[in-house]
Write a protein that binds this ligand. Structure first.
Ligand code: C2E
Ligand code: MG
Ligand code: MG
Length: 408
């Protein structure tokens, strides 16, 4: 049975009568009983308000008079519409992708996106198979890694943490750093952590790698704390790790042995790994939080977390993904995503960190939004433990965040 039979009442929103006609004919042919249409978003909102309960699918264009699609999405949310949505548009795939992210953050259920010109096959692909989305990136190649080379390097201590400073945007103070795995491979180009972390997750060595890295972090952190006792190091936790319900005890023991307090460590879990919290993950995160560790949501905006997801667990920090931050001054959709993320974080009383500060324009923009902390190549790139210690000790623990154009 095709999924389209579950739609009873559809609202089509497009300023182009030809598109409305095509879509009307299509849904009529699929036995949808009520097909409503609107030539502009204001009219659509009025119609939807009158049929909020019965409407179970909204199909909308993104470029329309009076109100663009992004604004329309926000109004849909305000109106309380939380059922299916599909986007039909002539704008670029990148803009469509951003809009989908934003819609998901608003809690809207996007069942698919179709680029004009419409064909029956494209409509069938979305409305009769309920495609979730077309966003996920192709899996990364493993760059010809072998398990032997990888475990050899890991056990020889060749995979080590580097540290990217996290900066307070009001004062410029270095609050701590994110530990990022680095593998300077012998006689070959370095492998991206995205690749070898994925590799380790797939071949069952991620836990060993994480514990080895964590051990190095604790040693390095002792040195950082000798310079500034308030430094906090963020450690990335793979979703696979959160299936191990002994994890909080194992971490607690290592912390005790190192004599380091939980307030000097935070953990980062990706947004995608917390969308559906299973009991193990929830237990692991809860026990880490109860022990006094901060838990941050990483890469926020790339998944479909909304206020409901955030309410499931008391996260301490939200890190807005760099794909939005780096375009925030040039792209309305990134700007909207960042603003929506800030609003969500504020409601949940979470600290916000912006990742991917590439230049001074972005830095000043982000500072003006009131976001508390930032990371980015423009502020400081990931560096060795020695370089980070040096920065803390000799850079006065500060990075200049004032506008580089205002020399005064
Ligand atoms: P992430 O946790 O979101 O880390 C931030 C990434 O953004 C880092 O990439 C960092 O170098 C990069 N970055 C920061 N500022 C900028 C900027 O201004 N421009 C650009 N282009 N990039 C910036 P990196 O080190 O390549 O790590 C990529 C991902 O690999 C990390 O994303 C994280 O998901 C994963 N990863 C790295 N180390 C570990 C680890 O020890 N354990 C786990 N589970 N994952 C790790
Ligand atoms: Mg991270
Ligand atoms: Mg991130």
């Amino acid at each position: 049975m095709s999924a389209i039979q579950s739609y009873k009442s559809v609202l089509l929103v497009d300023d182009d009568p030809t598109q409305i006609a095509i879509l009307t004919a299509y849904f009529a042919g699929q036995n949808v009983t009520t097909i409503m249409s609107a030539g502009d978003p204001c009219e659509a909102l009025t119609t939807l308000a009158q049929h909020l309960e019965s409407t179970d699918l909204v199909v909308t264009d993104l470029q329309m008079p009076n109100m663009d699609g992004v604004e329309f999405l926000r109004h849909l949310k305000t109106l309380g519409y939380d059922k299916n949505m599909a986007i039909v548009s002539g704008v670029s795939q990148g803009i469509i992708d951003h809009t989908v992210q934003l819609a998901k953050m608003h809690g809207l259920n996007i069942i698919g996106c179709i680029r004009k010109p419409l064909t029956k096959n494209m409509l069938d692909a979305v409305f009769t198979t309920k495609l979730e989305e077309g966003l996920s990136a192709a899996p990364l190649e493993d760059q010809s890694l072998t398990l032997e080379e990888f475990t050899g390097a890991m056990r020889a201590g060749k995979i080590i943490p580097h540290y990217q400073p996290k900066i307070d945007l009001r004062s410029g103070k270095i609050m701590g750093a994110e530990a990022l795995a680095r593998w300077p491979r012998d006689n070959t180009a370095p492998v991206s952590p995205v690749v070898f972390i994925d590799f380790a997750e797939k071949n069952g060595t991620i836990e060993e790698l994480t514990f080895r890295l964590f051990g190095s972090v604790l040693i390095d952190l002792k040195g950082f704390l000798a310079i500034d006792p308030d430094q906090k190091i963020a450690v990335n936790l793979s979703p696979v790790m959160m299936q191990n319900i002994k994890l909080p005890d194992q971490i607690g023991q290592l912390m005790q042995e190192a004599g380091i307090r939980p307030s000097n460590i935070s953990f980062e879990v990706t947004e995608s790994s917390i969308l559906d919290l299973d009991t193990n993950t929830l237990e692991v995160l809860s026990r880490l939080r109860i022990s006094g560790f901060d838990v941050a949501i990483d890469d926020f905006g790339t998944g479909s977390a909304n206020i409901q997801t955030l309410k499931n667990f008391p996260y301490s920090e939200l890190k807005i993904d760099q794909s939005f931050i780096k375009n925030v001054t040039t792209d309305d959709f990134s700007d909207e995503t960042v603003r929506a993320s800030i609003a969500l974080a504020r409601q949940m009383d979470m600290k916000i960190v912006a990742e991917g500060i590439h230049n001074d324009d972005i830095l000043q923009f982000v500072r003006a939004t009131g976001i508390e902390q930032a990371q980015g190549f423009h502020l400081a790139k990931p560096m060795s433990a020695q370089d980070f210690s040096h920065l803390l000790a000799h850079g006065n623990g500060q990075i200049d965040v004032s506008s580089s154009s205002s020399a005064a």
